[in-house]
Design a protein around this ligand. Structure first.
Ligand code: 5RP
Length: 258
């Protein structure tokens, strides 16, 4: 039972009633158990990372943790961290990032990740790449046999000529089975019936790449090919970056993969 795995810092939860949200919270709390006073943290983005922010805020408020600072991976996380009272630093001002905690969209058996379906992949990769340890928090639905199995692999591209860059990406990967790509759109703020291009916190666009049955090719080669395309800023495959992956499962166990 998860109850048996709770610690003083993370009270046990009833398992039978566990929803995906509960599992996200369990995984997030387990990662926050690794935080020590005085640490500088990379603060992730998304619904799982949000549980870690809430937990950090609680522990700072009660004094169980002291002198912790966070480097936020998105404007949304920055606002959330401010709300719950986590002191923050800019990436350039952090002498060292001891530990980053963030969710993921997919985790493969080698602990490679897809991240960025929430649109924050560039800042996440910069901050999580800069840190000493990167702990990924997921529920078991995020475990996949191959990256690209459950949805898009996002690619951040500069807005200038983004439709042209999309065309270049299509040309490079067109031969992969079932490959297709498109620019991410969202409902327009002006009218629900209109779509507009999604803008990242950096003012960039996102190309979404889809692969039939996931990526069967070499991930490093695909990464290199993408990064060689002028106009591409970064992609959402996080290869070899995770130090640990904490997986909360419906059967009540928590696996720590490394
Ligand atoms: C945002 C991310 C998120 O970590 C990822 O999308 C997982 O989100 P969630 O915890 O809400 O499932 O990479 O850019």
């Amino acid at each position: 039972r998860l109850a048996a795995m709770g610690s003083a810092a993370s009270p046990p939860r009833a398992l039978d009633a566990a929803t995906q949200e509960d599992l996200k919270r369990v995984s997030a709390h387990r990662a926050v158990d690794m935080v020590e006073s005085g640490m500088t943290l990379g603060l992730g983005t998304g619904s799982t990372a949000a549980h870690a922010l809430d937990r950090l805020g609680d522990l700072l408020r009660t004094g169980a943790l002291r002198a912790v600072a966070g480097v936020p991976t998105s404007l949304k996380t920055e606002a959330h961290a401010a709300r719950v009272g986590i002191p923050m630093l800019a990436l350039a001002d952090a002498a060292e990032i001891h530990l980053s905690i963030d969710g993921a969209d997919e985790v493969d058996p080698d602990l490679n990740l897809v991240k960025g379906r929430g649109g924050s992949l560039l800042r996440e990769k910069m901050i999580e790449g800069a840190g000493a340890r990167f702990v990924v928090i997921v529920d078991e639905s995020k475990l996949v046999p191959r990256l690209g199995c459950t949805g898009a692999v996002p690619v951040e591209v500069v807005p200038f000529g983004s439709a042209y860059t999309l065309g270049l990406i299509r040309k490079v990967f067109d031969k992969l089975p079932g490959f297709h790509a498109r620019l991410r759109t969202v409902k327009s703020k002006a009218s629900d019936r209109q779509e507009e291009l999604f803008l990242t916190d950096n003012g960039n666009h996102i190309v979404e790449m889809f692969f039939e049955d996931g990526i069967h090719g070499n991930l490093r080669d695909i990464s290199d090919s993408l990064l060689r395309i002028t106009g591409v800023v970064e992609h959402g495959m996080f290869l070899g970056m995770a130090t640990k992956v904490i997986v909360a499962k419906k059967d009540g166990t928590v696996a720590v993969l490394s």
